[in-house]
Ligand binder design. Sequence first.
Ligand SMILES: Nc1ncnc2c1ncn2[C@@H]1O[C@H](COP(=O)(O)OP(=O)(O)OP(=O)(O)O)[C@@H](O)[C@H]1O
Length: 225
Amino acid sequence: MIRFNQVSKRYPGGYEALRNVSFDIAEGEMVFLTGHSGAGKSTLLKLVAAIERPNSGSVLVNNQNVGVLKGGALPYLRRNLGIIFQDHKLLFDRSVFDNVLLPLQICGFDHRESAKRVRAALDKVGLLKREKANPIALSGGEQQRLCIARAIVNRPSILLADEPTGNLDAAYAQEIMDIFRSFHQVGVTLLISTHDESVLQDAGVRRLALKQGELQPTSTGSGPA
Ligand SMILES: Nc1ncnc2c1ncn2[C@@H]1O[C@H](COP(=O)(O)OP(=O)(O)OP(=O)(O)O)[C@@H](O)[C@H]1O
């Protein structure tokens, strides 16, 4: 469950990226976050992950007010969250396998269990045969799938994705969306920021639309935005 209550976010320098934003996302729901460049989509996702803090209002994630979490509590929040960043944040000095392994190492999983989980995650995104490759040798679509494997290896209940199909052609974008739908079917909560029209045509997915930091009346997507 994700709940924003009258959330505003101002960056140092005074720019107000989000203004009085309120919404609820139920457990197991899949929601698109849309809006023009600079509308505040990344900021909203960062507030869910407690990468940024609100200046006012509350951000609840699984009933926890993450806007006021102390540093020591952050790893517990992040264990329940998978994040797919806009700029990938892949490590090019280690293999595909080791990139996915990293979150488990941070959580202290033993080696055997970790290896099992890494291979299960790579299998889900169709990259099992590439585990020894360096991410630099992967195509854009494969790198994006690798990011998804890394985000889900902890089996999070909530998955956040920031423009996951940006720079991909329509066929690759659909592949990525098929992977997200398969997580949705097993009960994962998904919040996906996108302005990709081919993705937004997905009928029945609720949209949260931001415009200059404000939430617009919500709709359920059944055609082009
Ligand atoms: N760390 C920061 N410091 C100052 N201003 C910032 C910071 N991060 C974002 N902003 C500003 O806040 C506004 C919202 O940015 P944000 O990245 O949330 O938008 P977005 O909708 O994700 O855009 P895009 O689709 O281009 O990624 C922008 O005007 C941006 O310049």
